[in-house]
Design a binder for this molecule. Structure first.
Ligand code: PEP
Ligand code: MN
Length: 638
């Protein structure tokens, strides 16, 4: 059952409720949500729930209708995020685990670890105990394989996962691995699940060959009720009558599981298809269906692999797939999880720093109200827990970062429909002590939002940022033709305005996050005219914090601003330098120079080249331009 606590519940009341439930043989799990705190109570005893409902501090008691309790979405509405080493699985991120089917030798796993890490994988897989269909097939290197796996994971800073096949190995394996894998053939090995669950270590739970989704979630329930709530589910194909592929990838299991459970789900296209050429399309389908990641078999020499060679990708196939996944991520509102070697959010949120009085200086500033798209971008770039700082104007964001009230600022720089956001470029130009360190693209999905209970046909006024009005023009001209469309200074602010008016005839256009933040109702989701609507954001900070942020991902772009001498071919000369040094230009924009009528500066974004070459290019550019400045270097996914 779910015991919803009153908002003002005291610790004493909570303890009494716990003691009562314990005395009746229940196990308790507390879940602190944004809106409410609940106690999940599971046990074998029957109880009249009214006995709990009358206790002081209890707001409500709801029985859980499903046989799986701790794994159920009924118990926990928000998505669980599972931490494996320094990688997080779940939420708006796509995690790629890759590696060979089996660890074959130290050299083999080290080689493959480097290859997959370079391509963007963040976790390493590799079996040391292989439950093979034939007793005569390679059974794995056992503990020796685990040693190599651990060494490879440490060398390339990737947490490692590997399959456990026997309860007797649990303690031994704890020394080597970050995540246990329960294989398909053992999904219902309940003694194994209990022993693994007791460790509290993260577990990747593969779906049984012939298991229903309910049986699979019951297996997760065994793990959680034994002691770990760090469970990630893995759809790896089920047995059907179809023979064309090794198994049948049950793609619909992904949204079904997400509806039924708060646990993250990833997909394994390698075992699902069993055929190398099917792995990439299946991977993209898994991501498109909403999964939190993939586990993919990759081998440096698949033709000689000891096991599952035919389904293992060649390294170059894996690299290509990683690029395709990267392109797909923003479409489904996700970002690829990266290896946080010295990731900004880790650096920002160390306990020590939080305990010092200047903790406010660690905030991340954005323009708009809570729930703004810029705030969504912050949560993708840093973390769901990032402490955001709303600012009224773009200029306020720059000031907050410059004065140290915020450590980073996140600002939109370009939209695929609306074009460049000139104000950001102009402010960068006028703030030479701030530098661009990062970039993120976000898909913009607009919602029509009103107070709870309102309806489309009674709306008379709708407010949003002018860009929002332009991007939803078709919806406004057709389904909302009866309403007045009015500009507001930002999208999320428009929602706050509607909330404050508390009038069912007034609505706003903004993100679903803004609706949630203000407890408003989403009347219609996805009302933008063109669904290929992406905004790109820059992360800016003071020079002294730049390196920490930049070290979180390989820097591959440079943003520059320059003006040229007033003579024929001046711009051509500059572009020729870029060409000469192999700097692939991605964007060129001209802006009027304030105070110098009819003079212009040019903004260029270009791919970066190797350091010494780049230095030479910068020297050439500096001497050719009348003014030249690097606005920043950063990692781009585009
Ligand atoms: C594996 O991942 O190596 C494996 C054996 O997978 P499954 O248990 O899904 O067959
Ligand atoms: Mn395999």
């Amino acid at each position: 059952m779910i015991v919803v606590l009153k908002q003002q519940v005291t610790d004493e009341q909570k303890n009494k409720i716990r003691d009562f439930l314990k005395s009746r043989g229940f196990r308790i799990k507390e879940i602190v949500g944004q809106e409410e705190t609940v106690l999940g109570a599971v046990g074998t005893n029957r109880i009249d729930i009214r006995e709990v409902a009358v206790l002081d501090g209890v707001a409500n008691v709801i029985p859980i209708s499903k046989p799986f309790k701790l794994a159920s979405r009924e118990l926990k509405k928000s998505d669980s995020i599972i931490q494996v080493g320094n990688v997080k699985i779940g939420g708006p991120r796509i995690v790629i685990a890759a590696g060979p089917c089996a660890v074959e030798s130290r050299e083999q796993i080290m080689t493959i670890a480097r290859l997959v890490r370079d391509a963007g994988a963040v976790m390493l897989r590799g079996g040391a105990f292989k439950p093979r269909s034939s007793p005569y097939a390679f059974q794995g290197l056992g503990e020796e394989g685990l040693k190599y796996l651990k060494e490879a994971g440490e060398t390339y800073s990737m947490p490692v996962t590997t399959e456990i096949v026997s309860p007797k190995d649990v303690d031994m394996m704890l020394d080597y691995i970050d995540m246990f894998q329960i294989g398909t053939r053992n999904m219902q090995n309940f003694e194994l699940l209990k022993e693994v669950g007791k460790t509290g270590r993260p577990v990747l739970l593969k779906r049984g060959l012939s298991a229903t989704i309910e049986e699979w979630l019951m297996a997760a329930e065994y793990l959680i009720s034994s002691g770990t709530d760090q469970v990630v589910l893995c759809e790896r194909g089920i047995r059907t009558y179809e023979q064309a592929t090794r198994n049948t990838l049950d793609i619909s299991a992904i949204p079904v599981v997400q509806k039924l459970s708060h646990l993250p789900i990833i997909g394994d296209p390698s075992h699902a298809t069993g055929l190398r050429d099917m792995v990439s399309p299946a991977s993209l389908a898994i991501v498109a269906a909403g999964a939190s990641g993939l586990m993919i078999e990759v081998h440096n020499n698949p033709d000689k692999a000891f096991s599952d060679g035919p389904q293992s990708l060649y390294p170059e196939q894996f690299e290509k797939l990683m690029r395709d996944i990267q392109a797909l991520c923003p479409v489904v509102g996700k970002s690829l999880e990266r290896i946080p070697t010295a990731r900004a959010d880790v650096e920002v949120w160390t306990e020590k720093e939080l305990s010092i009085p200047s903790a406010r200086t660690l905030k991340i500033a954005f323009q708009g109200d809570h729930g703004a798209y810029s705030e969504q971008a912050i949560k993708r770039i840093f973390d769901e827990q990032a402490a955001t700082m709303p600012c009224r104007t773009f200029s306020d964001v720059f000031d907050a970062v410059q004065t140290g009230q915020a450590r980073y600022g996140v600002l939109p720089v370009e939209n695929t429909l609306g074009g460049t956001i000139n104000e950001t470029l102009d402010l960068l130009h006028t703030h030479p002590d701030l530098t661009v360190v990062g970039e993120k693209q976000l898909r913009i999905v607009h919602c029509l939002i009103g107070i709870p209970g309102t309806q489309l046909d009674i709306i008379k006024e709708v407010y949003t940022h002018p860009q929002g009005l332009a991007q939803c023009s078709r919806f406004l001209a057709t389904e909302l033709a009866h309403a007045n469309a009015l500009p507001y200074f930002d999208t999320a602010g428009a929602v706050a305005h509607v909330a404050q008016k508390n009038d069912p005839t007034v609505a706003a256009i903004a993100s679903s996050e803004a609706a949630r933040f203000h407890k408003m109702q989403i009347i219609r989701e996805g009302i933008e005219t063109d669904s290929s609507n992406f905004t790109r954001f820059y992360v800016v900070c003071r020079e002294e914090y730049a390196e920490v942020f930049r070290s979180s991902a390989p820097v591959n772009r440079v943003s520059m601003v320059f003006s040229v001498h007033d003579r024929p071919g001046a711009l051509f000369e500059v572009l020729q330098i870029l060409s000469q040094y192999g700097m692939n230009m991605k964007k060129l924009e001209s802006r009027p120079i304030a105070g110098k009528p009819w003079e212009y500066s040019f903004f260029v974004e270009s791919e970066l080249v190797e350091e010494s070459k780049f230095k030479e290019a910068v020297a050439a550019l500096t001497s050719s331009c009348s003014q030249f400045r690097i606005l920043g270097t950063f990692h781009s996914d585009r």
